[in-house]
Design a protein around this ligand. Sequence first.
Ligand code: C5P
Length: 402
Amino acid sequence: MLAGKRILLIISGGIAAYKALELIRRLKDRGAAVRAILTRGGAEFVTPLSVAALSGEKVYTDLFSLTDESEMGHIRLSREADLVVVAPASADLMAKMAAGMADDLATTALLATDKPVMIAPAMNTMMWQHPATLANIETLARRGILRVGPGAGDLACGEVGEGRMAEPADILAAIETYFRTGARLAGRAALVTSGPTHEAIDPVRFLANRSSGRQGHAIAAALAALGAEVHLVSGPTAEPDPLGVRTTHVQSAREMLDACLAALPVEVAVCAAAVADWRPAEVAPAKMKKTGAAAPKLALVANPDILKTLAEAGNRRPRLLIGFAAETQDLIRNAIEKRKKKGCDWILANDVSPGTGIFGGAENRVHLITEAGAEDWEPASKRAIADRLAQRIADHLQQSAA
Ligand code: C5P
């Protein structure tokens, strides 16, 4: 699968460095050639000897060596690779990358490389969620740096949360996806919302809408097919979880919002869910009984607007934020208005008037509203629309990487 591919693996400091050994073994098993740079911090956790034994190559360390510089300078080291992988990428190394620093062999190679770079961050949850780290991630994403993970789980520091380095198998999968042709979104994190929400009235009744989740699920699958790391947050639907997509199931709008915020940061978010605008002000703790002839009155309160919340998420705002506008009249005008009101980048406008059969159907007809105006897309299956949107997203992320 990776025969003939040359990987430059940079191992920075952190307990997750031991997983880099496993990654080397797996890369070698797939036929890749692995050359490794061990930072000073990395060498505190794994020895140059074990890295050399597994990679079958000399290991490059920070120790300044005249022979190394003449045999294999940092420029050649970084250029003679098809892909540079940083695993683990510590908060410190990412900060240095974002700032363009070059004060050791790893950072010098990263600054000198003309090859794609993929990072696998690993750190304590608080460090991962720190605004400084988030800003660095954002900067690196803008430059087209690919990212895999981190995931959530037990951390070496004894805390539990996000910051755990992606497993070697997942990093390997991301690398393989990158090399597979067409993997235009490899290393890109995406969030998709889909389906309706259910707003409880009592333990057995709820308010809902006719959304089937078909379009949102198709978008999640299309983004994953291009190699993106997709997190789908889905309301109750009959749609199966798309393959290769991390799916979180929720019921209510508030649960959907929490799951979306927990999925950040992502580079692109597509809000395709038909989120209930209102929910019952109170949920009856037991099934409401018929008492006499009078029907109960339902008081409603507004739900949070997930799309708008993501738009206002500051340095956690997805770089490309896409909403839907399901309208039954004045489609384009309302959608243009909605793009501004919600603060998102694009809106997919679709006519859901009863005669169209779009709600629950397999076909869709949409108009893409961007800053530049409205584009009519010819009617197509929801799958085909999802594929077209995924390609547009890939075009946009490629163009805006600077
Ligand atoms: O305001 P309206 O519901 O028409 O906006 C539609 C867009 O906003 C969709 O992208 C939908 O997913 C999103 N939305 C949301 N949270 C809400 C309401 C709508 O994310 N509470």
